[in-house]
Design a protein around this ligand. Structure first.
Ligand code: 13P
Ligand code: SF4
Length: 307
């Protein structure tokens, strides 16, 4: 009797499918994933693969982004419920109101947003390249949607060179962290390096030893001579670090650092997605073209070739 993992791998071969998994996913998804990483890496892999089907083990904006980058591929989201709380905090109407209050200012859109929202923005960014996007734009002021904390973190890194006016969205998972939690971790684990995602509140980021995207946090651990780390982002990152670096010690800054939407997908869901070819991402053509312009501008200003 084949295991579920074997059945999924067989289906992948039969259907010329690949599985992309965000590093916040349940860690067992990695057993069938072809690529595991952060939003930027997965976007690039979606573009480069020559598979006919992409199963996106992540949340809906990620699958939408994969579809935008690979319009001729079938992109499947195993669980329709897997949205992103932050992406759902902005829609086209609220974006237009925000823009109307600040006319003629370029709008930078975090990838954690729907295609319809991207379609009304000037340039996209991810947490890995948000600083580069804003600094390379050459504008004195930008609007940043939907994450107020990533926007404010970029502004602080730019030392006043660019005014970043932020929309009031946020990630409820990262906002569970308080400065007191960082201080408590310093007391409990004095030799531990604290690594935080820029979606955290600025009082948390200010106290961390390193602030970076999920991939950058994992790279930091890989390249560091330190042996103890406190992770201030979603638990999936901790699970993968504990699996990959058995000689190092990891703590989660708070045990509630779990994004429930990211945890919807199970191996069963991935099997069902592949066998039934569901749930397919379908995007409006006019919206897709405009959203793609927003994403292409990101590749242009960060000088990353978008083949
Ligand atoms: P990354 O861009 O670091 O993958 O983060 C995506 C995300 O949803 C963080 O909450
Ligand atoms: Fe969205 Fe936050 Fe979950 Fe990331 S962790 S997918 S920003 S709700």
């Amino acid at each position: 009797m084949n295991t579920l993992v074997e059945k999924i791998n067989t289906l992948k071969r039969e259907k010329n499918a690949v599985i992309l998994a965000h590093c916040y996913q349940n860690v067992e998804i990695d057993e069938v994933a072809d690529f595991v990483g952060d939003s930027l890496y997965l976007s690039k892999m979606a573009k480069e693969t020559d598979a006919d089907i992409i199963v996106f083990a992540g949340v809906s904006f990620m699958a939408e982004t994969a579809k935008l980058l690979s319009p001729n591929k079938k992109v499947l989201l195993p669980r329709l419920e897997a949205g992103c709380f932050m992406a759902n905090m902005i829609n086209v109407d609220s974006l237009r109101q925000f823009k109307a209050i600040h006319p003629n200012v370029p709008v930078v859109c975090y990838v954690n947003s729907t295609a319809a929202v991207k379609a009304e923005c000037d340039v996209c960014c991810t947490s890995s390249n948000a600083y580069d996007v804003v600094s390379n734009l050459g504008a004195d002021e930008v609007l940043f949607v939907p994450d107020t904390y990533l926007g404010k973190w970029v502004e602080s890194k730019l030392n006043g060179k660019v005014k970043v006016t932020t929309y009031n969205g946020f990630c409820p998972t990262h906002l569970r962290l308080r400065a007191e939690d960082v201080e408590a971790a310093r007391q409990a684990y004095p030799n531990s390096k604290i690594l935080a995602h820029p979606e955290c509140h600025q009082t948390v980021s200010a106290l961390a030893d390193f602030v970076g995207s999920t991939k950058e946090i994992m790279q930091y651990v890989k390249n560091s001579n330190d042996i103890e780390f406190t992770i201030a982002t979603e638990k999936g990152v901790l699970d993968r670090l504990q699996r990959d670096y058995k000689d190092k010690t990891f703590h989660l800054l708070k045990d509630t650092l779990v994004c429930t939407n990211m945890k919807w997908n199970t191996l069963d869901d991935i099997y069902n997605a592949l066998i039934n070819e569901e749930h397919e991402i379908v995007l409006d053509e006019a919206i897709s073209q405009k959203a793609m312009a927003c994403i292409n501008k990101m590749f242009e200003v960060t000088s990353v070739a978008c083949k």
